[in-house]
Design a protein around this ligand. Structure first.
Ligand code: AMP
Ligand code: MG
Length: 477
């Protein structure tokens, strides 16, 4: 165990200097309170979970105090937002406090989101509201528990500061952790501003800090790109298999580590709707659920463009051509596991499509249907309107299932009971806005073990009530 005061810092990114980030001092919250903390994320820093109760914990994560070894910096980046290039983005309201090395030698960026204005704030106030901070906290820790690569969240604090969005809200801060905060948009910034020496420096830094094995390859930059591509594809395949819509897949929200990053108006599906658009501001449905794999490909092409000073275009194109086949293979692998189909058979994609089409036609709850199929086929039948079509499908599904007894146990460990539905998050946020943080904490605890039925918590496994269906989530945060 390490105590909070003794965290060991080694601020590699800050040492790259002012070309890559700007020194900024956090603007503290007033009268901060701790809303929720993650013992799992604390463990990554070797911290005792009891330390979350200390005064210094809340002070450090609300910008009131700062370690003498920390070097808060706002990073510069750009990116494609909704398909259009925005030349100047950057950390407008979040600061990289520093990089902590844990007892196993891992590096963890500590990033304080909502820490006040920076040179990249543009028209923004540099603040984050309680609502969006809770949403990011819960999603980070829920995705992790589902086995989906993601940035992590250590805690949320809230202050008295009024913050103005569609209405007045309370200012909050989220402490985000990731092994790196480098985004696709970092590379785009230096490419489009024609700072190719700085771009080379960024590439070398990313190779050393994120992809050290690629340094040994014949073509390190190409090899790194291939790894980024594969990780990104695997992450998106998991989103598709578990019904997660990111909502704002702009290239500035794509992590170079292929982890889920920068949560805005995300949503897990409730009833299955392939074309679901979770972001109220996404009028064209660019980031609809079923477009995520193709958008991943588009974003990877943007990253490829930024690497053209170092890698032959034809080589990058050859890598990009692998995206959709790799996606389909990984997605089918995950879905076969969820359905208990052993091995690969030629009709699998069609059989899966027929199930999804029936879910779409019956507006079946995606998660409940798949869990019931793993637990008890006959109750799954209740999720469908056209029973005859379902029965015909079920016969083929049962014939397709693995005969061995281990298969059932396997299916229960990949079909979650508990999902971070928007309405559950909303209930917790409503209570938190009234200063009752118990619901956020309880929901967080339930979502730490999504695959196990938890006695007394049946309500959390239920489909949404009428008011909680299709909640519109705005981009404002
Ligand atoms: P996001 O939609 O959160 O990914 O943010 C897109 C860009 O806007 C990033 O450069 C953010 O830092 C910036 N941004 C978002 N909200 C604010 C805010 N309240 N104040 C300053 N900058 C912001
Ligand atoms: Mg962002």
């Amino acid at each position: 165990m390490t105590s909070l005061a003794d965290l060991q810092f080694d601020n590699r990114f800050a040492r790259l200097g002012d070309t890559f980030s700007s020194k900024v001092v956090p603007e503290p919250l007033s009268n901060p309170q701790l809303v929720v903390s993650s013992e799992d994320a604390m463990a990554l820093l070797d911290l005792d979970p009891a330390e979350a109760q200390s005064e210094i914990f809340t002070e450090l994560f609300s910008g009131m105090k700062i370690w003498s070894e920390a070097e808060p910096r706002a990073m510069v980046y750009s990116g494609h937002q909704f398909g259009a290039y925005n030349p100047q983005l950057g950390d407008g309201r979040g600061l990289l406090l520093g990089e902590v090395i844990n007892s196993t030698g891992e590096y963890w960026d500590l990033h304080l989101k909502g820490a006040g204005s920076t040179p990249y704030s543009r028209m923004g106030d540099g603040r984050a509201v309680l609502r969006s901070s809770i949403r990011e906290f819960l999603a980070s820790e829920a995705l992790q528990a589902l086995g989906i690569p993601t940035s992590r969240a250590l805690c949320v604090t809230v202050g008295d500061n009024p913050v103005y969005r569609e209405r007045q809200e309370r200012g909050a801060m989220l402490l985000r952790m990731a092994p790196s905060h480098i985004r696709f948009g970092h590379f785009e910034f230096f490419y489009y501003t024609k700072q190719h020496d700085a771009l080379r420096e960024l590439v070398d830094f990313t190779l050393q800090s994120c992809y050290p094995a690629s340094q040994q390859a014949d073509e390190p930059v190409l090899d790194m790109y291939r790894q980024v591509l594969r990780r990104t594809v695997d992450m998106i395949a998991r989103w598709q298999a578990y019904g997660f819509c990111h909502g704002v897949m702009n290239t500035d929200n794509m992590s170079i580590l292929g982890i889920t990053f920068d949560f805005g108006p995300y949503a897990f599906l409730d009833d299955y709707d392939a074309g679901h658009i979770c972001n109220h501001s996404d009028h064209e449905g660019r980031y609809a659920f079923n477009r995520q794999p193709a958008i991943g490909h588009w974003n990877l092409a943007c990253l490829a463009q930024a690497l053209t000073p170092f890698v032959e275009v034809d080589q990058l194109k050859a890598e990009l051509a692998t995206v959709m086949p790799l996606h389909q293979a990984e997605y089918m692998r995950l879905m076969r596991a969820r359905l208990g189909w052993a091995g690969e058979q030629p009709g699998d994609e069609e059989l899966l499509q027929r199930l999804l089409q029936q879910m779409q036609d019956s507006a079946s709850d995606y998660h409940i249907t798949l869990r019931l199929l793993a637990e008890d086929d006959s109750t799954a039948r209740d999720q469908f309107i056209d029973r005859a079509t379902f029965d015909a499908w079920l016969q083929q599904h049962q014939a397709r299932q693995a005969a061995d007894p281990g298969a059932l146990a396997g299916r229960l460990t990949c079909n979650p009971v508990y999902i971070l539905r928007n309405y559950l998050a909303q209930q917790a946020i409503t209570a938190a806005e009234e200063n009752d943080f118990s619901e956020v904490q309880q929901l967080h605890q339930i979502l730490r073990q999504p695959f196990t039925r938890q006695p007394g918590r049946e309500a959390y496994a239920a489909p949404p009530p009428d008011w909680g269906r299709r909640l519109e989530i705005s981009c404002s945060s």
